[in-house]
Design a protein around this ligand. Structure first.
Ligand SMILES: C[S@@+](CC[C@H](N)C(=O)[O-])C[C@H]1O[C@@H](n2cnc3c(N)ncnc32)[C@H](O)[C@@H]1O
Length: 233
């Protein structure tokens, strides 16, 4: 097993373990603001009225559900490589009466033909990819020309007062609460580490530009989250 495969396997196992408490912890740890960030990302994804939309690394499916609600006539596909996450997402969609096509899919080798979607989203999933360039290349490949990729992520905290306070919360309080509620403290120690190691917003924008996207981004809630929008040329 090479390094990329080993990272992917560790990430899949970790999300499988925390899946049952994932939604509860998201709401608790973000004070509910995570859903507002997702809604803003969905608005960007639906802005050009896509017909076929893909939610990559869908987890428990929150973004996929918002996409379908926001554009009922669109065909929404949602993929993730952690089966337990997909089970929860399927159950949520069924309960909400929303028709979404859920597929087990690795973002680094998407099981879709070139040009299959007019828009795609990935919320808090991109950071976990073992190879960012490969993920972006896959996004570019499965989009139609003019298609849109929307990435919602946590950039590393900035080195100012707010950034330092946030880092304190992220490195101290969050792993503690996450550990107690999920019973998997290592997963909630992984979260701040993965955020610290993630590229700054301008670096991610540069990577997307190099892939071929026309890029813009905006920071949300004093820079705690960021939305990158890339249009395929
Ligand atoms: C933090 S959760 C985010 C889930 C959801 N998008 C949300 O907004 O809450 C990250 C998800 O990314 C998935 N993931 C990470 N790497 C992946 C990959 N290479 N391919 C597919 N899914 C991946 C994990 O299984 C997990 O469900």
């Amino acid at each position: 097993m090479n390094e990329t495969e080993a990272k992917a396997r560790a990430v899949r196992e970790m999300f499988g373990e925390i899946a049952p408490r994932y939604d509860l912890l998201n709401r608790l740890l973000s004070g509910g603001v995570d859903q507002r960030w997702r809604r803003l990302a969905v608005r960007e994804a639906l802005a050009k009225h896509p017909y076929r939309v893909l939610d990559v690394a869908t987890g428990t499916g929150d973004v996929a559900l918002m996409l379908k609600r926001g554009c009922p006539q669109a065909e929404v596909t949602a993929g993730d490589f952690t089966p337990r996450m997909l089970e929860l997402a399927r159950a949520k969609a069924q309960k909400a009466g929303l028709k979404i096509n859920f597929v087990e899919a690795d973002a680094l080798a998407l099981p879709f033909a070139d040009g299959s979607f007019e828009a795609l989203t990935v919320a808090f999933g991109f950071r976990n990819f073992a190879d960012y360039q490969r993920g972006l290349a896959e996004f570019y490949r499965v989009l139609t020309p003019g298609g849109r990729a929307v990435i919602l992520e946590f950039p590393p905290p900035r080195d100012n007062l707010l950034g330092r306070l946030y880092r304190l919360y992220f490195n101290g309080v969050l792993p503690w609460i996450g550990g107690v509620i999920s019973g998997k403290p290592e997963a909630y120690r992984y979260l701040p580490n993965s955020v610290e190691n993630f590229p700054q917003p301008e670096e991610l924008a540069q990577m997307m530009t190099e892939t071929g996207f026309l890029v813009r981004y905006r920071l949300l809630t004093a820079g705690i989250a960021a939305i990158h929008v890339g249009d395929k040329r």
